[in-house]
Design a protein around this ligand. Structure first.
Ligand code: G1P
Length: 275
C-alpha cells in the first residue's frame, strides 16, 4: 500500500455567505479573517498537515479574491518594508497546487462536490467545509481521518454530538459502534427535525470520499431544501457498499458559518495565539 493515498482536498466555497452580509457583498465569506488569517487558510493548513498538497477550490462568480489569495504577488511584496507576515501564505503557495472550478448554480453541497469531479479525478479525496474550523492540537482532524482511511479504505465523515434541538442544522447519522468513536453508518438524514432525527450525531465539515461518490451524486435527486445533498449520496453508498464510517474526532470545532461561532473562534484563536 502506498504511504499516502489521499493527495487532494476539495473546498466547497461557492456560497453567498448571506449570514455575513453586508461584508459578503464584496468579500467572500471564506476570506473573512479569524484574527488575521482568512478562514480558508486554516482549512488549507489542516489539509497540508494531513499530507495533502493539491487543493481544489469550488467558487462562484465574484469570488476572485479567493483565487488571488493563493497566487504570489511579487509586486505587492516588493513594496513592503517587511514582508515577514507573508511567509506563511508564501509557503502555502509554494508547497501546494491550487485549482479552481466555478459552481454556476447553487444546487447544494452534493452538487458543489460534483463540480470538482474533474479536478479530483479517480482517487479517494478529502473535503473540508471551511465554515467548520477545527482545532486539534495533537493531530489535525483531517490527518486523523486519513489515518483511518488507510486502515478502512472507505468513505468517512467526521461527527460530533449536538443538542437534540439542533439536529435540523446538520446531516445526522445512525449506526453501530464498531470500536470506540467509530461508527459503521446504517442511516443518515439531512437536517431532520429533532423529533425525527435518528440520533444526535451530526456530520461536521470533514469528509473522506471514495471516487464512486461522483456517479452516485449524478443519480441523486434533490432532497432537503430542493438541493442535491452529499448526505443523501452517502446514504446510497451505505446501501451499495455498507462501508461508510462516522468518526468522533478528537478536537474542538467552531461553527464559523454564523457570526456567534465566528466570534467564538476569533476569541479562542486570539487568546491562545493560534494565528
Ligand atoms: C452541510 C451539510 C450537512 C453538515 C454541515 C456541516 O450543511 O449539508 O450535512 O452537517 O454542512 O457543517 P450546511 O451547513 O452547508 O447547510
Amino acid at each position: 500500500m502506498p504511504d499516502v493515498l489521499i493527495k487532494k482536498c476539495l473546498f466547497p466555497a461557492a456560497g453567498y455567505g448571506t449570514r455575513f452580509l453586508p461584508a459578503t457583498k464584496s468579500i467572500p465569506k471564506e476570506m473573512i479573517p479569524v484574527v488575521n488569517n482568512p478562514l480558508i487558510q486554516y482549512g488549507v493548513e489542516e489539509a497540508m498537515a494531513a499530507g495533502i498538497d493539491s487543493m481544489a477550490i469550488i467558487t462562484s462568480a465574484g469570488k476572485e479574491a479567493l483565487k488571488n489569495y493563493f497566487e504570489l504577488n511579487e509586486k505587492f511584496e516588493q513594496q513592503l518594508a517587511d514582508g515577514k507576515q507573508l511567509d506563511q501564505i508564501r509557503h502555502i503557495i509554494e508547497t501546494c497546487n491550487f485549482s479552481f472550478a466555478i459552481q454556476e448554480e447553487m444546487k447544494g453541497l452534493g452538487h458543489a462536490i460534483l463540480t470538482g469531479a474533474q479536478l479530483i479525478g479517480d482517487d479517494p479525496f478529502a473535503v473540508i467545509l471551511p465554515d467548520d474550523l477545527c482545532y486539534a492540537p495533537e493531530q489535525g482532524v483531517l490527518s486523523q481521518m486519513v489515518d483511518l482511511y488507510m486502515k478502512h479504505q472507505c468513505s468517512i465523515v467526521a461527527i460530533e454530538e449536538v443538542p437534540q434541538e439542533e439536529t435540523n442544522r446538520y446531516g445526522i447519522i445512525a449506526g453501530d459502534e464498531i470500536e470506540p468513536g467509530l461508527i459503521r453508518i446504517t442511516d443518515m438524514v439531512e437536517k431532520p427535525d429533532p423529533a425525527q432525527a435518528p440520533s444526535n450525531l451530526a456530520i461536521i465539515g470533514r469528509y473522506i470520499l471514495t471516487p464512486d461518490i461522483f456517479d452516485i451524486i449524478r443519480d441523486t435527486p434533490p432532497g432537503r431544501n430542493d438541493e442535491i445533498q452529499i448526505t443523501d449520496a452517502l446514504l446510497t453508498q451505505v446501501k451499495q457498499s455498507g462501508g461508510v464510517l462516522g468518526y468522533k474526532f478528537n478536537g474542538r470545532r467552531f461553527d464559523c458559518g454564523t457570526p456567534p461561532g465566528f466570534l467564538e473562534a476569533s476569541n479562542f484563536y486570539f487568546e491562545n495565539q493560534l494565528y
